[in-house]
Write a protein that binds this ligand. Structure first.
Ligand SMILES: Nc1ncnc2c1ncn2[C@@H]1O[C@H](COP(=O)(O)OP(=O)(O)O)[C@@H](O)[C@H]1O
Ligand SMILES: [Mg+2]
Length: 308
């Protein structure tokens, strides 16, 4: 989904009341800092312990007080949104988090307005890891592209296919598209999926914004794994290389592929990008058809499930 996400940091944006209310119930003393808003109504805020306010991220040369509790990230998704369900993401985080670096789930729930996922802030050396989309990493594009390629390879190497119950093969994705009559939306027919190069547990949205780096620009962790599942590794690689090129600029694809450790594969790359675009067309259509306001009136209660 990242190609149409709207990053809001560092622009100040108001936290919608529905998110603010929820944050107040989940973390009553925290300061709520807007971080990210996607085009499907999803909104992410960082809930900061007040003792940490001097340094919110891993800006070089700054220190972070360690005495206070960890900050957390609250992702709120309205009902009917085209974003993956926070409960599906929580299930994947809990499973995959025992093998690979991913945020720890603190809470997941649903009320009459939407669903949410609360995760612990990912830290490295006492500082919160930041998204590779942050401007400072864009200005170090080559280094960041390599870190992203290395991070993707690490994820694919660490997650065990045999015990993964989440599946996201091209066949399943095409079947879902066909059910929604969306293949017609993408213009050119997708054709048959290419043969599988290597089955791995794919991230599902392995883009620049979903990759976290430490203060030196090294890979730390991934976020946003609501679409994680077993698939050909090219379904991730094709999306990652395109995201790096779109976000940082042209010419970086070879660096990502070399860091990952794979030769270019134009056929699979083309196929998985086209499949992604077809799914994107469905999401965009769903957003256009939504009648409800983006951020509903916040008086909801109804906590359904607390993660351990
Ligand atoms: N646990 C976390 N630790 C650090 N940063 C996080 C964490 N969770 C989310 N983020 C930040 O918030 C952004 C939005 O979260 P994400 O789950 O990707 O939402 P969306 O589904 O809207 O893309 C991420 O790109 C990342 O910068
Ligand atoms: Mg994301």
């Amino acid at each position: 989904m990242s190609s149409t996400l709207v990053g809001i940091s560092p622009t100040p944006v108001e936290v919608p009341p529905v998110v603010h209310n929820l944050a107040g119930r989940l973390r009553p003393v925290a300061t709520v800092v807007p971080v990210w808003r996607n085009e499907y109504g999803g909104f992410t805020a960082r809930l900061e312990d007040s003792a940490r306010l001097e340094d919110r991220t891993n800006a070089p040369g700054r220190t972070t007080p360690r005495a206070a509790g960890r900050s957390s990230y609250l992702k709120w998704v309205p009902h009917g949104s085209a974003c993956p369900d926070p409960f599906a993401e929580a299930d994947r985080l809990v499973w995959a988090g025992s093998f690979a670096p991913l945020p720890r789930v603190l809470d997941v729930g649903r009320n009459r307005y939407g669903s949410w996922l609360l995760t612990e802030a990912v830290e490295r050396d006492g500082a919160i890891a930041t998204s590779a989309i942050e401007p400072r990493w864009r200005s170090l594009a080559k280094r960041s592209a390599i870190a992203i390629g290395l991070g993707l390879r690490q994820l694919h190497d660490l997650l065990p296919v045999d015990t993964c119950s989440f599946v996201r093969t091209a066949e399943l994705r095409v079947a879902a598209l066909t059910r929604s009559a969306a293949v017609a939306l993408c213009g050119t027919p997708l054709g048959d999926p290419p043969s599988v190069d290597r089955l791995v547990v794919c991230h599902g949205d392995a883009t620049v914004p979903n990759t976290l780096l430490d203060r030196a620009g090294r890979f730390v962790a991934h976020v946003d794994v609501g679409d994680l599942g077993v698939a050909d590794r090219w379904s991730d690689i094709a999306v990652t290389t395109r995201s790096v090129t779109r976000r940082y600029g042209p010419g970086l694809e070879p660096l990502v592929l070399a860091a990952y450790g794979v030769a270019p594969d134009p056929v699979r790359t083309r196929y998985y990008r086209a499949l992604w675009d077809a799914e994107e067309a469905v999401r965009v259509r769903r957003v256009a058809q939504r009648a409800e306001p983006r951020y509903p009136d916040p008086n909801g209660r109804g906590h359904l499930r607390r993660a351990s």
